[in-house]
Design a protein around this ligand. Structure first.
Ligand code: F0G
Length: 440
């Protein structure tokens, strides 16, 4: 085994978990926890063996096996070769893909269709569980003594749960007062050590990366190359659910951009092993107040400037995303688009998704808001088949729901506000409510 940070050549590697720097191309032994290239500081990718042609049958698994129970480990043929005895799984994945005509209309896809891949159905209510099962399995394989992350809430809830399942202590750094109460509660309940800092997510992640440079702490943010590996399976599962037919577009919200990076890697690998013969366009949607990647895209990927982030969608309130260059690779490779939508557009799209009975947290609704904007501008054709990823569960941010429906906006209730009413405890009053509801 090579010493930490010592490059290995891919062909002569003694490691079964090689990682390669996307900036300088050197390969390292990934059986140790590395989150940046020891040679140049670039981001690392886990190397996957793509030398054999695969057919979907390779994902069939015996009933009761972890590959059958988990919608992540089902795609093990395209995941790093972590030994089975280290796998920490909560039967994540296997999330629904819903099609709804009302969402299709809202998206402006007059001749197309809009489906939602609901990652809020994962064990802790967000897509993070897919990355976390791989990261914690890797952490266990590397003998990690403590795992840590910086988070806008979902990563911390997921890390706390998987760390508890693995029996490894966890520490999370969160921006004080800027994450939803539901996510904070989950993280506390699962037993992670919660450290609130007087700074935003970007400061928290920078501090934690500095800390993990000098302390033996396993960093579970998406800069860790094993996290995006699990998140690749969102795309693989969408393709599987479509019987390996390719949608025209896959849209997702963008914050730290780990997921955008993972989607591109999944598509490129699925293409290389022959599972698909063309690539859908990946569309990343940011909140207008936290959109450095959209501005970078608008400059033709010429000028990149981090920003100070402000948005109601706290999950994606990130001004200096860590995976910018990995995400750029996805957009360029898939002919994708990056766009930004206002908080009002996000809230309106969320009310629409919630109102058809599906529901999601605010950041997730950016997928639909972004597609609505791009069909209106003609950048996406109205007859496209689009899958939008809903990244988190409706219960992840109940404060946002209460604020939208119960509080005034610009001095009045929102037209779609659904305010509970109070009536006297008698039959006549209830009958009147029913009559009014039928007339509505
Ligand atoms: N949607 C939700 C619900 C999220 O929690 C996040 C990220 C994103 C979208 C953006 O994904 O960072 O891969 O571009 N949440 C992280 C966290 C930052 O700490 O929970 P991304």
């Amino acid at each position: 085994m090579s010493a930490i940070g010592e490059p290995v050549s891919p062909s002569s590697s003694t490691s079964s978990l090689p990682v390669t720097c996307m900036a300088c191309g050197r390969t390292f032994d990934g059986t140790r926890a590395l989150t940046t290239c020891p040679a140049c500081g670039g981001l690392l990718d886990a190397d996957i063996d793509l030398s054999t042609t695969l057919t979907p049958a390779v994902f069939d698994a015996p009933k009761g096996s972890v590959e059958a129970l988990s919608g992540v480990w089902r795609y093990r043929a395209l995941l790093p070769a972590i030994p089975a005895e280290h796998i920490v799984s909560r039967q994540e994945g296997h999330t629904p893909l819903y099609w709804d005509d009302r969402l299709t209309r809202y998206a402006g896809l007059t001749g197309g269709r809009f489906g939602v891949k609901h990652e809020g159905h994962n064990p802790t209510g967000s897509f993070k569980d897919r990355g976390m099962t791989v990261a914690l399995s890797h952490a266990r394989a590397t003998g990690a003594r403590i795992v840590a992350c910086a988070s806008t809430g979902n990563t911390s809830a997921s890390l706390a749960s998987y760390a508890a399942a693995a029996g490894i202590p966890a520490m999370v750094l969160i921006p004080e007062g800027k994450i939803s109460a539901s996510k904070l509660s989950q993280t506390i309940a699962y037993g992670a050590k919660v450290v609130q800092i007087d700074g935003d997510f970007d400061v928290a992640l920078r501090l934690l990366r500095e800390l993990t440079d000098t302390y033996d702490v396993y960093l579970a943010n998406s800069v860790n190359p094993f996290r995006p590996e699990g998140q690749k399976t969102i795309v693989l599962e969408i393709l599987d659910q479509l019987d390996w037919q390719i949608p025209d577009v896959i849209a997702l919200p963008g914050g730290n951009l780990g997921n955008t990076a993972a989607f591109g890697k999944a598509l490129s690998e699925a293409y290389q092993v022959g599972l698909i013969d063309r690539l859908p366009r990946v569309v990343t949607v940011q909140a207008a107040g936290a959109a450095p990647f959209a501005a970078y895209y608008d400059s033709g990927f010429d000028t990149y400037e981090p920003v100070h982030a402000e948005t109601i969608a706290t999950a994606i309130k990130i001004g200096a995303p860590a995976s910018v260059e990995r995400a750029r690779r996805t957009i360029e490779h898939t002919g994708g688009i990056v766009t930004a939508v206002t908080d009002e557009e996000i809230l309106d799209a969320k009310a629409t998704i919630d109102g058809v009975g599906i529901g999601c947290e605010p950041a997730s609704a950016a997928s639909l808001a972004g597609i609505r904007k791009l069909t209106a501008s003609g950048e996406i054709s109205a007859d496209a088949t689009v899958v939008g990823v809903l990244t988190g569960n409706v219960l992840k941010d109940t404060d946002a729901i209460v604020a939208y429906h119960l509080e005034d906006h610009d001095g009045a209730a929102r037209p779609r506000g659904n305010r509970p009413i109070r009536v006297a405890a008698d039959l006549e009053a209830l009958k009147k409510v029913l009559d009014d509801a039928v007339l509505d």
